[in-house]
Structure formats: C-alpha cells, structure tokens
Design a protein around this ligand. Structure first.
Ligand code: AMP
Length: 418
C-alpha cells in the first residue's frame, strides 16, 4: 500500500482509537504449532501473499509451514491493518511481524521506515537477527539500538541510513536527544512484548517516542498477556486493531512436560546437582528469584564440578552476551538467570527449564517455561517447591487449569502431602 493510500484510509478513521476488537476478519484462533492436526491444515507460506524474495528467506530458514499466529497475522499486516497479537513466545510471533515488514520495505525509498521497540537488549538482538534472516534477499538495512554498550557504533550505523531500527526505549531516546535519529517518516511501529515493557516501567519512554511518530503509521502490538495497562496502551496507539490470538492467554506451550519437586529450601542445590547428572539434561535454563540467588547457585554447581554461567542485571552487557553465547553454542550446559532472561530469549534446543524458586506470579511461570518447547520442540519444566512455596504452586495450577505432577526424589523430598 502506498503512503498516500494509507493516509486517506487513516484520515477517514480519525479520532480516539477504540480498541474495537475486530475479530471478524481473523480466522478462528488456532491452538499451537505443536498441534499435529493443525500442521496438516496449515496453509503454505506461499498462500499468505508474500513476495518471492521473502519466501526465499523463509525457505532458507527451513520453515515448512507458517505457525498459527503467522497464518493469521501476516495477511492482515500486509493489508496495512493495525494488529494486536496475543501470543506467548515460541509461537513464531517475531516472524509474524518481521516478514510483512520486510515485504513492505521491498523496493521502497531508502529511509527509516520501521521501528521495533523491545523490552530487553537480548530480545532487541534477536529481533535484529530476525530482520537480517528474513530480509536476506531484500536488501534491507537494520540497526539494533540498546543500552549497556558504546554509542559510537550505533551512531555510525544510524548515520549511514537504515530502513529498520530495533531498539530498547531508553537508548533510543538518548539517540533522539543527540539528534542521531529522526522518526519523522516512520511508517510502521511495533511494540513487542508490550506487557513486559510496561512491567519494566517503560511507559513514559514509550509515550515520548510514540508522540514523535506520525499518526498515519501502522502499529502492531504483541503481548503475551493483556492486563488493563496493555489494553490502555493499545487504545491509545492502535486504530481499529484486529486481535489475533493464539491459544488461551494462560496456556502454556503444549510441548512442555511439567513436574514439581517438593524439596526443602536448603536441599535445592543438591537436588539440582543430582538432576543434572541425568544424561538428557543437555541444555538447562535455571531461574532464580534474585541476582544473589543466581550467583549462589552457580557457585554451588561449580563446587560440584558442573560448569554454569549466571545472567542477570548486575552483569555487564559483555558478560551477558558471553553467557548467552556460551549457552547457545552448548559450551556451557547450564545457564542460571533471573527474570531478565524470562522472555524473548530464543535459544533452540533448551531441554529443561528449572524453576529453582517458584515464580512470584503465575503468569511468570508460563513465560519462564516458554523458554523450552519452542516451536514444537519438546522440553521439560521442573519446579522446585519448598514448603513456603506450596501456596504459590497451587495458584499456578489454578491459572494453568491443570494440576502439575509431583515427583519425589528419594533423599530430597519433604513429603508428598503437598
Ligand atoms: P518466536 O515466537 O518469534 O520467538 O519464535 C520461536 C522460534 O520459532 C524461533 O526459533 C523461530 O526461528 C522459530 N520459527 C518461527 N517461525 C517458524 C515456522 N514457521 N516454522 C518453524 N519454526 C519457526
């Protein structure tokens, strides 16, 4: 769609943007990529209206079928509609917005036309990598912009002219203040993991950034959950959005097997050491509640002769990248992280997620275990439950709508009465 056409469409629908939950145009919500039957009935990428250069990149990525969110979102995004994508990570949501954006940028004028805001540096890097992957045959220039690293390389990239910026909000504002970037001609805005961005207190930064963007843009918002704050954000910035939902909001990835290990708090590290001796524990992501806790678990594992890295907000960006890279390549089998790694981390082949501490909120449980079982791979999610965490586990089970199996490890159990 040309900018002129888009303008006329927009001007006819001015005024406050109600979150008209226009689901009529959307196909029936699908469940999950892991549904075997859904794969058979899934259309091919070639039926979604994508250009050959985009399809070639999809083929190079090795994808056979679009995931349900891709099937629903891509044709709508290509038509220029605002979208609200309710999808947990692991559903293929990044390609669901990246592919239509790449297509919109094909053969267009060379200037900054798309901005993706992400909550964390890691997600920023991953979305940047997706643009490079899916834009392989499209000649698109993308710049990642995030904090914790020097300004100069980013300034250089921005001044050389890019089509897409993938940014965390704080660093983007720094660049705006330094006049390194202008959002004047932006056509597409994506708010990725909107719930997480609001959780992290980015609302003022988002407001400031969006205030400088033309209202005649297309806006896509993705969120794993839809608390009132995200709905308010959507009401403010989206115009007659179509809601695309994959699975129930509280649904955990289908391919994950859950288990709860009742264990006294002081026995958690020995239990972890014992479990890590199992041969199928290839690539294990361990979550702790605190940074201090993460460091302590790493020390405990190292003492037992198990190599592990910690990843949390007190680590420098270089340390975080190194930890992630070591884990991604398999050089380090165990990564111990706080919730900084909870969302957006896209590491294929994680065999196990272990909640060393029970997460404080039920929805965090779903996001954490979303790290395993991504895009139809299977994975296990184990939760260590100390006596003072029993109530929280029960809440999680209520939200999941199913009980989680209790597994007793002789010598570690505090009793099966939980
Ligand atoms: P996301 O939900 O965007 O974080 O994507 C999760 C994972 O699924 C990533 O590793 C993608 O490379 C992968 N993926 C995305 N689309 C597809 C697809 N159509 N088929 C198979 N894997 C996919």
């Amino acid at each position: 769609m040309t900018p002129a056409k888009r303008s006329s469409r927009r001007s006819s629908s001015r005024g406050p943007a109600p979150v008209a939950l226009d689901t009529t145009a959307a196909p029936e919500p699908a469940t999950s990529l892991s549904d075997e039957t859904s794969v058979e009935n899934t259309p091919l990428f070639s039926s979604l209206g994508l250009d050959e250069r985009v399809l070639k990149a999809v083929e190079a990525a090795g994808y056979a079928h679009p995931t349900p969110i891709q099937t629903q979102a891509i044709p709508l995004a290509l038509r220029g509609r605002d979208l609200m994508g309710l999808a947990q990570t692991g559903t293929g949501k990044t390609a669901a917005f990246t592919l239509p954006i790449v297509q919109r940028l094909l053969d267009g004028p060379r200037r900054l036309r798309a901005l993706i805001l992400t909550p964390t540096r890691e997600l920023c890097q991953q979305v940047d990598a997706s643009f490079r992957k899916y834009g392989l045959f499209a000649g698109i220039d993308v710049a990642p912009v995030y904090g914790g690293v020097g300004y100069e390389p980013q300034e250089k990239a921005l001044s050389s002219g890019v089509d897409v910026i993938v940014a965390t909000p704080g660093r983007l504002i720094d660049h705006m203040e330094r006049r390194n970037v202008s959002l004047d001609e932006l056509e597409i805005l994506v708010l990725d993991e909107a719930d997480r961005m609001l959780d992290m207190g980015f609302a003022p930064q988002i407001n400031r950034i969006v205030a400088g963007i033309s209202p005649y843009r297309q806006t896509l918002l993705f969120s794993a959950t839809m608390p009132p704050e995200v709905e308010a954000l959507a009401r403010k910035y989206l115009r007659r959005p179509i809601v695309v939902q994959v699975g129930r909001r509280s649904q955990a990835a289908h391919t994950v097997r859950h288990a709860v290990y009742p264990v006294p708090g002081a026995r958690k590290t020995p239990l972890l050491v014992a479990l890590l001796k199992e041969p199928d524990m290839d690539s294990v992501l361990v979550f702790t509640r605190t940074k201090h806790g993460a460091d302590k678990v790493v020390r405990g594992l190292n003492d037992a002769g198990i190599e592990a890295s910690a990843m949390h907000a007190d680590k420098t960006q270089a340390q975080r990248n190194a930890a992630l890279e070591g884990f991604r390549t398999g050089a380090v089998r165990v990564l111990v992280a706080t919730d900084i790694a909870q969302r957006g981390l896209d590491i294929s082949g994680i065999s196990h997620v272990i909640n060393y501490d029970v997460p404080g909120q039920a929805e965090d449980y779903i996001h954490r275990i979303g790290r395993t079982g991504r895009a139809a791979q299977t994975g296990d999610a184990f939760t260590f439950m100390a006596p003072d965490e029993i109530a929280m586990v029960r809440t999680i089970e209520r939200v999941l709508g199913q009980p989680i199996d209790r597994v007793s490890m002789p010598g570690f159990d505090f009793g099966s009465g939980a």
